[in-house]
Every structure is written in C-alpha cells, then in structure tokens.
Design a protein. Structure first.
Length: 198
C-alpha cells in the first residue's frame, strides 16, 4: 500500500500499489501531483477546461515567443530545493525561460503560471507553493464565474474601475467581456474564448 490523498474525502487514504501502477499504465496519473511527499490524485479536467486551456495557450504562444519564453501545458513545476519527485505541481499552463528547464520539468521559476478553475479543484491551495519556488505571476481563470485573478507572489493584483487588471510580469492588461478574455499586449489585442459550455 502507498500513502495517497483523496481530495473528495479530504483525508489521507491508503492506495493499493496495483491501483497506482494501473493509473500509470493507462496514463491517468498525468495530472497527479506530489505535495511535499503526499500524492494528490487529480482527475482529468473536463472538456470545457481543456478547450479554454488550448485557446489560451495559442494566444500566449503568440505573445511570449517574441520575448524569448515558451508555453507549456500541464508541465511538472518542481521545487528546485527538493530532489527527485517529492515536491511538484502540475499547472494548466506555464510560461518559462529555457534556462529554468531541466529534464524533469520546470525548476521553480516561471514567468507565469495559469490555473483554470474546475469544480472542487486545489488551484488556490497551490499559491503558497508557487510563491515559495519563485513563480513571478499566477492567473486563476474561472470560466464558470467569468473571472480572472492575478497574483504577484501571494499578493492579489487589484483591477481598475473598469475591471481591467494589469498583469505585471509580462506587462499585459486583462479583462473579461462576456465569454471572452481580452489580453492587451501593447497596441495588440488578443481574444480568448472562455465559454464554460459545449
């Protein structure tokens, strides 16, 4: 038996080794995370979540490539102070410079991490980890609520009177209008469809 974590039960649970091996074999462990030695078994995200992630990834690639960054979806983002696989998270998207990549994944420092909120997920619980390992900025995008929050470390960036948020790391201005996330990059405006229905 291996110690694991059941989010629904919100308590430690004993997970048979055969179940973990079956999850690995089927690729169901792709989104699993290890929080300081504790396995968090994360279910695959819903279709709408993946669509929003794909739409946002396409736009972010166009924005960050000229700045010398790459965009990764579902990357392993590791605590560089902890060897091996004992402490990492799997954000939906991460923007990172190549010097912070190793064979195991992203070593702490990322320019931007995006978490797309799904029902009962642990996105907010990851904020202290991201701040500790040096992630410069985190976006919490909630398609169901049509909202976006930006964090610089553990500090929330406040929107202006018109509901716009200046995301400092990449110097972008964000706003949600209906089912669209608008991202202003200098004179360019990008639109991301964030509909929460098929």
């Amino acid at each position: 038996m291996s110690l694991g974590y059941s989010r629904r039960m919100m308590r430690a649970a004993m997970i048979p080794a055969s179940m973990l091996e079956e999850r690995r074999r089927l690729g169901h462990d792709r989104f699993d995370e290890v929080w300081e030695g504790v396995l968090h078994m994360v279910p695959p995200p819903p279709t709408v979540h993946k669509r929003v992630e794909s739409n946002l990834q396409d736009v972010l690639k166009r924005i960050v490539a000229p700045r010398g960054f790459e965009v990764f979806h579902d990357p392993g983002l590791y605590d560089p102070a902890v060897p091996g696989q004992a402490s990492y998270r799997v954000p939906d998207l991460a923007v990172v410079a190549s010097e912070h990549l190793t064979m195991r994944g992203i070593e702490g420092l990322a320019e931007l991490v995006v978490e797309i909120i799904s029902p009962n997920d642990e996105s907010r619980d990851k904020l202290p980890f991201y701040a500790r390992v040096g992630v410069r900025e985190v976006w919490l995008l909630d398609p169901a609520r049509k909202s976006i929050e930006v964090f610089n470390g553990m500090t929330a960036v406040v929107s202006d009177a018109r509901g716009r948020i200046t995301a400092p790391s990449l110097r972008l201005v964000l706003a949600i209008e209906g089912t669209t996330l608008k991202i202003k990059d200098g004179a360019e405006m990008h639109a991301v469809d964030i509909r929460d229905s098929l």
